[in-house]
Design a protein around this ligand. Structure first.
Ligand code: FES
Length: 103
């Protein structure tokens, strides 16, 4: 595991999906209730870019076929996707957001 700096917490807007490309990863980060949730940025159905998706209360909605994923866990809430989004553990220290990646 390796800890990498993702962004500053001020770069995130509560309830909005933020697209972040780092270390050859395309990620989405979401600030919700003062916590940061980070996932792979591509839908597990047909790789649509979830940065172009929507956040509706507790679900991330894919812009292509409208699969829904739980914003806290990445679990699938609605098909056609069947696999959950990969979630990255995050932590905030001195206003900087870090995530753990496999490396
Ligand atoms: S690509 Fe996301 S639901 Fe099909």
């Amino acid at each position: 595991m390796k800890l990498i700096k993702l962004c500053n917490i001020k770069d995130l807007e509560e309830g909005k999906i933020k697209s972040i490309d780092i270390e050859n990863l395309h990620l989405i980060a979401i600030l919700k209730d003062n916590k940061v949730y980070v996932f792979d940025g591509y839908c597990t159905h047909e790789d649509a870019d979830l940065a172009n998706g929507f956040l509706l209360e507790d679900v991330i909605i894919c812009p292509l076929h409208l699969s829904q994923f739980n914003v806290y866990t990445g679990e699938v809430m609605n098909p056609p996707a069947e696999k959950p989004l990969k979630k990255y553990n995050s932590l905030v220290k001195d206003s900087e957001v870090y995530i753990e990646i496999d490396k």
